[in-house]
Design a protein around this ligand. Structure first.
Ligand code: KIV
Ligand code: ZN
Length: 435
């Protein structure tokens, strides 16, 4: 298998994370307006960015990466707009990305002039591939870029004393970096920033390209947390991408392995296969009874805004949010849902425990109408339920089987889903034929 390079990385044998579970939401940081935006066919307009920013605030995000102002004039202008129009709530920290180059760092602070609080996020690539093939630099040279960048970030911040600054460093392509070297670089950056004097610092550990399974990423996170010198004074952040389809799983295991914070996007927009999806991880927590500390009570609104801003459709089977994820067409599923929902109501259960429905769709702003839909695969339980639900018609037991046969026949002939109105018509016609 010469084509596939196996990357040797840390594998803990004394890991602690399998014993743990997430019992509290991590700090969330949305990167929709930066990583999400930079991956779009058409970058967001000012109107789209503003709508996304307002939604993120409404959902309860306290940290929002709003762009890469030194690399893009529209991003620069958007940061200025947020500040000059006083659109940033006092409890929200905006974050901006910059490379570790002096001119770019200087420009970043110009974009942020006058902001009350902000996080300046500096990064450089540290992986073997990038060092050897992109930069042609030694480990010491790459480390020097990081520490020099950290000094510029610190020194320019001093020119704007009225702002509450936070600093963030990402060893980009962390998962392709020798772990002890990644710790060494981050220790050196942290030493420049002096958390011991109260400086707020985030170290963000990206799976820039998802190259390994989530358990390997979690081992790397646990090892990093154990070896970082001033771990207790630093927030450790995760930034996972979804190349192998496991961006959310990696973030969840990474939190179990000791991280404090997660960066991601709504519905998983972002480079290539996207960033980890905060809606999915948040809803995973919710379904386990843990408050995600983000408001997902109106997911249809989230989908509207995401589709408007990204100009990409949300898949019908997207976890928790897709149009079809709370819908059953098949007869046996419909029957089980109907019985289970009735049981839930009759017994006034406090915990949702309904067959085939992992949560109550109403919790996220969806109606029960979409749960049972009728096509040629549907059964008698579904037909009876639609008549009762939409028209208050209580179908006598003896009619269940013959009517559902007629409905099934009609659906097979038409080859499409049948509306509730069509089912009612079939029911009324069948009454005419009753002997
Ligand atoms: O994926 C990545 O590595 C990034 C960094 C800039 C944090 O987006
Ligand atoms: Zn990224």
């Amino acid at each position: 298998h010469k084509k596939y390079r196996r990357f040797e990385t840390v594998r803990l044998t004394d890991r602690t994370w399998p014993d743990q579970e997430i019992n509290k939401a991590p700090d969330w940081c949305s990167v929709d307006l930066r990583d999400g935006n930079q991956a779009l066919v058409n970058p967001m307009s000012v109107a789209q960015k503003t709508r996304m920013f307002n939604l993120l605030v409404k959902l309860g995000f306290k940290e929002i990466e709003v762009g890469f102002p030194s690399a893009s004039q529209p991003d620069f202008d958007f940061v200025r707009k947020l500040i000059e129009e006083d659109r940033i709530p006092d409890d929200v920290t905006i974050q901006v990305l910059t490379q570790a180059r002096e001119a770019l760092i200087k420009r970043t602070y110009e974009a942020l002039a006058g902001v009350k609080r902000a996080n300046v996020h500096v990064y450089n690539s540290t992986s073997i591939v990038q060092r050897e093939q992109v930069f042609n630099m030694s480990r010491d040279e790459i480390k020097a870029i990081a520490t020099q960048g950290a000094r510029w970030v610190r020194d320019y911040a001093a020119q704007y004393p009225a702002t509450a600054w936070e600093f963030q460093y990402s060893p980009e392509s962390f998962t392709g970096t020798e772990i002890d070297y990644a710790v060494e670089v981050c220790d050196a950056v942290i030493a420049e920033w002096k958390p011991e004097n109260g400086q707020k610092i985030v170290i963000n550990l990206p799976a820039t390209v998802e190259m390994s399974s989530p358990n390997v990423y979690a081992d790397q996170i646990e090892y990093f947390c154990r070896h970082l010198k001033q771990r207790d004074k630093i927030r450790i952040s995760l930034h996972t991408h979804n190349d192998r389809g496991c961006g959310v799983a990696a973030a969840e295991l990474g939190v179990m392995a000791g991280a404090d914070r997660v960066e991601g996007t709504l519905i998983g927009n972002g480079e290539r296969t996207g960033n980890m999806d905060i809606v999915t991880m948040g809803m995973n927590l919710y379904s386990q009874g843990i408050d995600p500390e983000l408001d997902f009570s109106n997911i249809p609104e989230i989908i509207d805004v995401v589709e408007y801003c990204t100009e990409l459709p949300v898949a019908a089977r997207h976890p928790w949010a897709g149009e079809l994820v709370y819908t059953a067409f098949s007869g046996s599923h419909q029957d089980a849902i109907r019985k289970s929902v009735n049981y839930h109501t009759e017994h006034q259960q406090t915990h949702w425990n309904v067959a085939y429905l992992p949560i109550d769709p109403r919790d996220i702003g969806r109606e029960y109408e979409a749960v049972i839909r009728i096509n040629s695969q549907s059964g008698k339980g579904g037909v009876a339920l639609v008549l009762e639900r939409d028209f208050g018609i209580e179908l006598p037991k003896w009619m269940h089987a013959p009517l559902s046969q007629q409905v099934q026949q009609a659906a097979e002939t038409q080859g499409v889903e049948l509306s509730a109105a069509t089912i009612k018509t079939i029911y009324e016609q069948s009454l005419v034929n009753v002997p």
